[in-house]
Design a protein around this ligand. Structure first.
Ligand SMILES: [Zn+2]
Length: 528
């Protein structure tokens, strides 16, 4: 997603640790399959149902942790039909199994639940259920839960590290409404009173917050995109009244696919297809069912975040949220402290979309334009093991960090192959910052340790301090972490050239005092 993150918490509780760490009651079992089966009752804002949770035993144990947030209640948990004891600790629920759990065995539990789920007030930033009506007075409902977690509306192992391998989602709706969830529609049943049950199947690993339910008076159109891995089904679900507008605006979807397959490699979920689904909030990167609420306007609700004009050349929500299919859904952070892996690369993808259609200069102007929203008040990386996101600078400071790194690589084809390689090496995986840092150091051939310490873990911007003295330029880096020695390109003596500043002063002979730092580098400068 994009926008202001609501949490800037510094004190963490026992509940935060239960939610954000790999507890012993999570560690011993590996998720393999979910079948979430729920009924949604919009008139009373009530949901009920159950989740079948299949897992492989990694190490024998007999208590497992399932998360479900209040005010929803687990009504029953069973294994092989036998009821199990559930002990609640706030939003974490510890279920005691009675059958032996043998190493390597594939077992399942069923968790039944119901209640009035938390209502999203400012979706997608707070999350929960959005219970809205369309212009014709029909129910228009959607879930969103990034950060807060999927357990705000369904029982699951609510930690990013363990993605389920596949999933079915069955949703029963009132008559004359349709549910659209992730993956492909594999079954529709009409009950005797007109209610309908839609079953959607996801064949690829999916992160919890990517799972979604969207209910509305939808119409559908589609196209087949000839992609790198063959024919890709692209399906679009919008409210009946918006069909014509959507047919026009969603032309950005195949354009996006073309640009992003070029830069990042094949779309990661061919088996599940790609969808855009209209929702009553701005949008979210739900895997294979990207949700859309950008009012069929270019920019971010009609606004250009870069202030350069380039941001109005595309629909921000289509491009940004679909960019997450590669960075968030394909390559997923293990801990949300490392959420920059999702947002920095995705914010950066906006300028690569522009690069593909409008060239390198346009894309550079865009990403440089977004610097005005950088705060530099807190580090990009958050606190580990307590479900804590880092600063909102993970968007455009992160994008500008990657744009700077592209300059250091100084070979656009190599840079493209690095981005494609990243999506191949970490295909369908959960990763941490260290893995990404090591990969990028190795592939670029540059030791990027200090570079990432500076931009991800420090709030200071490297500042080139310089002065002219006796026909020389004297320069060095200040406001830096130890060992920071990034070279930069400058215009000096009438030509573009690299200089190699460190913390120590250096000098270079000059013929004129015209000196300019290449604006592609996200750094500061100060003449003293
Ligand atoms: Zn995002």
């Amino acid at each position: 997603m994009y926008g202001q993150l609501l949490s800037d918490k510094t004190v963490f509780t026992h509940q935060d640790t239960l939610r954000g760490s790999i507890t012993p009651e999570r560690a011993w079992w590996d998720l393999t399959y979910y079948h979430l089966n729920i009924e949604v009752l919009p008139d009373t804002k009530f949901i009920s149902g159950h989740n079948t949770i299949q897992y492989t035993v990694l190490e024998p144990a007999n208590v497992l942790q399932i998360d479900l947030q209040e005010p929803l209640k687990i009504t029953k948990a069973t294994q092989d039909g036998k009821p199990l004891q559930v002990i609640n600790d706030g939003n974490a629920h510890f279920i005691t199994l009675t059958e032996p759990q043998r190493k390597g065995a594939s077992n399942a539990i069923d968790v039944y639940y119901e209640g009035h789920p938390k209502e999203a007030i400012k979706a997608p930033w707070d999350g929960g259920f959005s219970w809205k009506k369309d212009d014709n007075g029909k129910h228009f409902i959607a879930t969103s839960c990034q950060g807060l977690g999927a357990s705000v509306w369904w029982p699951c192992k609510d930690h990013m590290y363990d993605e389920v391998d596949s999933m079915d989602i069955s949703v029963t709706t009132p008559k004359n409404l349709m549910d659209v969830s992730n993956g492909r529609l594999t079954d529709t049943k009409t009950l005797s009173d007109g209610r309908k049950t839609y079953t959607w199947s996801v064949k690829n690993p999916i992160n919890n917050y990517g799972v979604n339910v969207n209910i509305g008076d939808y119409v559908h159109f589609s196209e087949v995109y000839p992609g790198e891995n063959g024919d890709l089904d692209m399906n679009y679900y919008v409210l009946k009244d918006n069909l014509e507008k959507a047919k026009k605006q969603f032309k950005d979807a195949p354009k996006m696919m073309k640009a992003f397959e070029h830069w990042f490699g094949p779309y990661p979920f061919y088996e599940d297809g790609f969808k855009l689904v209209e929702v009553p909030y701005l949008g979210m990167e739900h895997q294979s069912s990207v949700t859309y609420g950008n009012k069929f306007k270019n920019g971010y609700l009609g606004r250009d975040l870069s202030g350069t004009g380039w941001g109005l050349k595309f629909d921000f929500i289509i491009i940004h949220e679909a960019g997450h299919e590669w960075f968030a859904n394909n390559i997923t952070n293990i801990d949300i402290a490392d959420m920059w892996i999702h947002e920095s690369f995705t914010a950066y993808s906006e300028n690569l979309f522009l690069d593909y259609y409008y060239g390198k200069k346009a894309s550079a102007e865009y990403v440089i334009g977004t610097r005005k929203s950088i705060l530099n008040t807190a580090p990009i990386i958050g606190v580990y093991d307590v479900n804590n996101e880092g600063s909102g600078d993970m968007y455009y400071k992160g994008a500008n960090m990657l744009h700077t790194l592209r300059q250091l690589v100084e070979d656009d084809e190599k840079w493209r192959q690095i981005l494609r390689g990243m999506n191949k090496i970490f295909y369908h995986q959960t990763v941490n910052t260290k893995q990404i840092e090591d990969f990028l150091s190795q592939e670029t051939g540059i030791d990027l340790t200090a570079f990432f310490n500076q931009y991800l873990r420090d709030t200071r911007i490297p500042t080139l301090e310089y002065t002219f003295e006796n026909n020389t330029l004297k320069y060095h880096w200040t406001h830096i972490v130890s060992d920071f020695d990034m070279p930069i390109q400058v215009t000096l003596n009438g030509k573009l050239q690299w200089i190699y500043p460190t913390a120590e002063w250096k000098t270079i002979p000059i013929t004129s005092k015209t000196f300019e730092i290449d604006s592609d580098f996200y750094v500061d400068h100060k003449k003293i």
